[in-house]
Design a protein around this ligand. Structure first.
Ligand code: SF4
Length: 291
């Protein structure tokens, strides 16, 4: 079987950095409880490795404060690469818990650019997916930021204020090019003029372009990622759209490979989401090449 691993593969630099920070922290702070607020990476192998190192993950919901109250005062609370809401800093201060922020430098740069644009006398429009943690953290910067939700294609304005009829546009880093460009077209219709802020991360763009360029003679495309991962779903949709005569499947690891799917298949492409470790991709490659 001819197997092509589409590059780049493995973690994006933000996820890689956050994961390394978490494991390094465990090495340095051997006896302290460590809890991660929300999923560090949408990957079962990493989740299992964190558990084995006694690094807990807790869901961020309305009960978060009560959950954290159950932990000892020397607990380290870990924020993921997506960024987080300001209220959690206040909450941890009140609970006297120390925190570590593993926000991706590119997400941080995006958020800093948003902050610097707040006084530009233009509407700030953020293209993103409502309820995605990165989008929620960006919107939390200021209530005046208007969300353009790529799922519903609606503008969500949280407080009333007169529009400047001009807008500066920012976006969630894990959107597909199609979602991003379609959103810009819709925003253009609403405003007299728009400025598009430079994008802070091209990780998704590079992966998506690589998917579009997969050899048309390929018979099967595996998108490797979690069904809960925004960028894995975006890559899946791109593959289906650009290769509608190739079978496209989403799997999370080698064990998800259905032998029937690969029967009589001689060319496979493996695509990695930004939250899939290198090893998962290499295991799939080795397995397929061994057939
Ligand atoms: S996709 Fe880009 S911005 Fe988002 S976490 Fe990865 S490297 Fe950072």
């Amino acid at each position: 079987m001819q197997v092509e691993v589409i590059r780049p593969y493995g973690f994006c630099h933000g996820v890689k950095r956050a994961t390394e920070i978490a494991f390094d922290l465990r090495e340095k702070e051997k006896n302290r409880p460590i809890v991660i607020l929300g999923q560090l990476v949408h990957n079962d192998n990493v989740a299992q490795a964190l558990k084995e190192k006694h690094i807990e993950t807790i869901l961020v919901d309305d009960e978060i404060e009560n959950k954290l109250k159950q932990y000892p005062l020397d607990t380290l609370v870990f924020f993921t690469a997506h960024g987080h809401l300001k209220k959690y800093d206040e909450m941890l201060d009140n609970l006297h818990l120390e925190s570590i922020d593993a926000i991706c430098p590119s997400v941080k740069l995006n958020n800093e650019r948003i902050k610097n644009s707040l006084n530009a006398k233009k509407d700030i429009v953020y293209i993103g997916k409502s309820h995605h943690p990165e989008t929620e953290a960006a919107l939390d910067i200021d209530e005046r930021i208007i969300l353009f939700d790529v799922k519903t294609k609606e503008f969500i304005q949280r407080i009333k204020f007169p529009s400047y009829h001009q807008a500066i546009i920012f976006s969630q880093t894990t959107l597909s090019e199609k979602h991003y460009l379609d959103a810009i077209q819709m925003i253009k219709k609403k405003y007299r003029s728009i400025d598009i802020a430079p994008r802070a991360c091209f990780e998704m763009y590079r992966r998506e372009e690589a998917v579009k360029n997969i050899d048309p003679l390929t018979e099967l495309i595996y998108i490797v990622g979690s069904k809960h991962s925004s960028n894995a779903n975006e890559l899946y949709q791109t593959a289906c759209e650009f290769h509608n005569d190739i079978n496209v499947e989403m799997i999370s690891c080698k064990d998800d490979i259905n032998k029937k799917t690969i029967e009589n298949v001689s060319r496979v492409a493996i695509v990695s989401s930004a939250s899939t470790p290198d090893k998962v991709i290499e295991d799939i490659q080795n397995y397929l090449e061994s057939l």
